[in-house]
Design a protein around this ligand. Structure first.
Ligand SMILES: C[S@@+](CC[C@H](N)C(=O)[O-])C[C@H]1O[C@@H](n2cnc3c(N)ncnc32)[C@H](O)[C@@H]1O
Length: 352
C-alpha cells in the first residue's frame, strides 16, 4: 500500500520533471529561432493602430485559443490537420481544400494562425491577411508564418480595435474572406459584415462563394440540450456556478458562459434564419447555410441525454420539439435533416 503510494508520488514527480524539461527544451528552440528570424528580418510586422482597451479584446488577449508556440513548420501544420480530424465536417462545410490561386485572402479573427497556416501552405493564394484584436494571438501567427517561410510581401498581420469595427483595408481589395468562430464574440457583427461586403472584390457570374463564416448555431444540440437541460438541471460545474444559480439565469447567459470559458464577455448564437438575414441585410446577394458541425461533446451528449431531457417536465416545449427531431447517422453524428445541421458550428457561404 505504502509502496504504491510512494510509487505514485515519485512517478508523478518524474513525469512532472520530464514535462518541465520538454517545456524548457521547446522554449530554448523557440527563442533560438526567434533570434534568427529577427536577424534575418523575416518576421512579418504586426500593424497596429490600437489605442483603446475594451473587455472583449482584453479577454482574447488573455485567452488565445492556442497559447503554445510551435517549434517547427511540420508541427504547426500537423496541429492544423489534427483540428480537421476532430471536426471533419468543418473541412467539408468550409470547403477548406479549395485552391485560391492568385487570390488575396483575409482571415478575420485569425487567432494563432491555424487557418493562415492552412491557406498559405495548401491553397496557393498570392497574399494572406490576418486580422485580430489579440496581440499575443498575432505574435503566435507571426512566428508561425516565419516557420513556414511565408515572405513579407505575401502576408500582412493587423491588430484592430474591437470598439471601432472598421477593417483597415481598401474597398474591393480582397478576393476571399474566412471568418471562423469570431462574429458571435464581437460587439458589432452587423457592421463587420458590412465591412466584409465593402472590402470584397465584386465577382461576375455564379462562381465560388467569396466569404465563409462559422458562427454558433442556436438550432443545435448545444443550445437545446446542453444549455437548456444539462447545465440547468444536471451539472452546472462547467460554467462554474451552482445548479441553483444556473436555474435563475436566462439561456443566452448560460450559453455565453458555456462555450469559450465562463468569463468570455460575449458569445452569442444565431438560428440559420436570423444569420442568413443579417448577411442579406449587409448586402450579400446569395447566402447558403452549409450545416452545423458538431464539437467533440455534442454527439455524446445527444446519445446520453435526449431521452432524459424529453422526460423532464422542467424542459420547455421549444427544446423538446427540437430534440424530438434528432436522429443519428451511420457515424453516430446527430442529424435532423438529411445532413448534419443540428450542431453548434454553423457554417455559411456568402456571395457578393
Ligand atoms: C474562438 S477564436 C477563433 C480563432 C480562429 N479563427 C480559429 O478558428 O482558430 C476567436 C478569435 O476572434 C478574435 N476576435 C474577437 N473579437 C474580435 C473582433 N472584433 N475583431 C477581430 N477579431 C476578434 C479573438 O481574439 C480570437 O482570436
Amino acid at each position: 500500500m505504502t509502496r504504491n503510494i510512494l510509487r505514485k508520488i515519485i512517478g508523478g514527480g518524474v513525469n512532472r520533471a520530464k514535462r518541465k524539461i520538454v517545456k524548457l527544451q521547446r522554449t530554448h528552440i523557440i527563442q533560438a529561432k526567434l533570434k534568427r528570424f529577427y536577424k534575418e528580418d523575416v518576421l512579418i510586422p504586426i500593424e497596429s493602430d490600437v489605442n483603446t482597451s475594451d473587455e472583449v479584446s482584453e479577454y482574447w488577449t488573455g485567452h488565445t485559443v492556442h497559447d503554445d508556440w510551435f517549434v517547427s513548420a511540420e508541427e504547426s501544420l500537423k496541429y492544423r490537420e489534427w483540428i480537421f480530424s476532430v471536426y471533419p465536417y468543418y473541412r467539408v462545410f468550409a470547403d477548406m481544400d479549395r485552391k485560391h490561386t492568385g487570390e488575396t485572402i483575409l482571415d478575420y479573427g485569425c487567432g494563432p494562425g491555424n487557418d493562415l497556416t492552412w491557406y498559405s501552405q495548401k491553397t496557393n493564394p498570392e497574399k494572406i491577411i490576418g486580422i485580430d484584436v489579440s496581440r499575443p494571438a498575432l505574435e503566435n501567427s507571426q512566428f508561425r508564418m516565419a516557420l513556414h517561410g511565408v515572405k513579407k510581401d505575401r502576408c500582412r498581420l493587423i491588430q484592430i480595435d474591437e470598439a471601432t469595427p472598421i477593417i483597415p483595408l481598401e474597398d474591393e481589395s480582397v478576393d476571399f474572406i474566412s471568418c471562423q468562430g469570431v462574429l458571435m464574440h464581437t460587439s458589432f457583427p452587423e457592421k463587420i459584415l458590412e465591412e466584409f461586403y465593402r472590402i470584397l472584390k465584386s465577382k461576375e457570374g455564379n462562381g465560388d462563394n467569396n466569404v465563409c463564416i462559422m458562427v454558433y448555431n442556436r438550432e443545435s444540440i448545444w443550445f437545446h440540450l446542453y444549455v437548456a437541460y444539462y447545465l440547468r438541471y444536471v451539472d452546472s460545474s462547467p460554467i462554474e456556478c451552482s445548479l441553483d444559480e444556473a436555474g435563475k439565469m436566462n439561456l443566452d447567459e448560460i450559453f455565453r458562459m458555456s462555450t469559450d470559458g465562463p468569463g468570455c464577455p460575449l458569445a452569442r448564437c444565431w438560428s440559420p434564419d436570423n444569420f442568413l438575414k443579417m448577411c442579406k441585410d449587409a448586402g450579400f446577394c446569395k447566402v447558403v447555410y452549409q450545416g452545423g458541425y458538431p464539437n467533440s461533446l455534442e454527439p455524446k451528449l445527444a446519445k446520453k441525454y435526449i431521452t432524459e431531457a424529453l422526460a423532464d417536465e422542467r424542459v420547455e416545449e421549444e427544446h423538446k420539439t427540437f430534440l424530438r427531431g434528432i436522429q443519428f447517422d451511420e457515424n453516430d453524428y446527430p442529424i435532423n435533416t438529411e445532413r448534419i445541421s443540428c450542431c453548434i458550428g454553423g457554417v455559411y457561404r456568402l456571395w457578393k
